[in-house]
Design a binder for this molecule. Structure first.
Ligand SMILES: [Fe+2]
Length: 265
């Protein structure tokens, strides 16, 4: 049984061993797993959906399927997400209030690791490869973005659970130390709850999500370090405001730092 599976209780001694940040994460994940199911039927629906996400992600982590196959499976899994039940399962109302009230300074986005069903919260201390997806809830302030960025050796998928986003996706055609040649594949001006997108090294490597309303939240799943021989890069930020158009829907965009991306987007 997972350490934070439903029904597991921490003793007072356990709690005293935990630092504040860890304690918050444990508290959130435990609360999430106990939180207000509408009914046993609703709980079962959400659990079944999470089990599908967990299963396909474990297959990818084990090298049994490709990143592209994971994306194709996620199209079907995210496309059939039982949103009301999922949101109850993760206690979304409470979590979204907490994230929206956090002071982000100059940042426009915040990601928070969660635990759901068989998918445990990320253990950042072990250094071991993850056997399933890392799942999070992300909040983006209105008018700000998850800035345009590519990746190396990872997959991720965003499911909009609240609010309205503008979503742009691009294929990476070429990359140097200084820039990236990209071709737009998706330009969705109004993506609302229930819509989704995914990235991999092989399809839609670059994404850019702008928040258009105050209540912009995403459920995200990602897996990293999938291919042993490849370098892992979580975010390779590009500046589309300073990109040179090369042809129809194709640009050469300079690579910028995370700080520059936060300032610009
Ligand atoms: Fe990303």
């Amino acid at each position: 049984m997972m350490a934070d599976s439903p029904g597991t209780c921490l003793t007072r001694r356990d709690l005293l061993k935990l630092s504040g940040r860890t304690l918050l994460a444990v508290s959130l994940s435990q609360h999430c797993l106990r939180a207000g199911y509408a009914s046993e039927q609703g709980a079962a629906k959400a659990e079944k959906w999470v089990a599908r996400l967990d299963n396909i992600s474990r297959q990818l982590a084990a090298g049994k399927i490709s990143g592209l196959q994971w994306q194709e499976a996620l199209d079907e899994i995210y496309g059939s997400a039982p949103l009301p039940e999922l949101l109850k399962t993760i206690d979304f109302n409470r979590l979204s209030d907490q994230l929206a009230s956090r002071g982000l300074g100059t940042r426009g986005e915040i990601f928070h690791d969660i635990s759901v069903g068989p998918i445990p919260a990320r253990d950042r201390t072990s250094g071991k490869p993850h056997e399933t997806a890392i799942v999070k809830i992300a909040h983006v302030k209105k008018g700000r973005s998850i800035p345009p960025h590519g990746h190396s050796n990872m997959v991720s998928a965003f499911l909009c659970v609240s609010g309205e986003f503008e979503v742009q996706l691009f294929d990476r055609l070429e990359q140097t130390d200084k820039d990236m040649v990209i071709r737009q594949t998706v330009d969705e001006k109004s993506a609302a709850a229930g819509t989704w997108s995914s990235i991999s090294d092989y399809r839609n490597n670059i994404h850019w999500l702008k928040a258009k309303s105050d209540d912009c939240f995403l459920f995200t799943a990602k897996l990293i370090r999938l291919e042993k021989e490849k370098d892992f890069r979580g975010r390779i930020n590009v500046n589309l405001k300073d990109a040179m158009q090369l042809g129809s829907q194709t640009w050469r965009a300079p690579i910028i730092t995370a700080r520059q991306a936060a300032e610009l987007y």
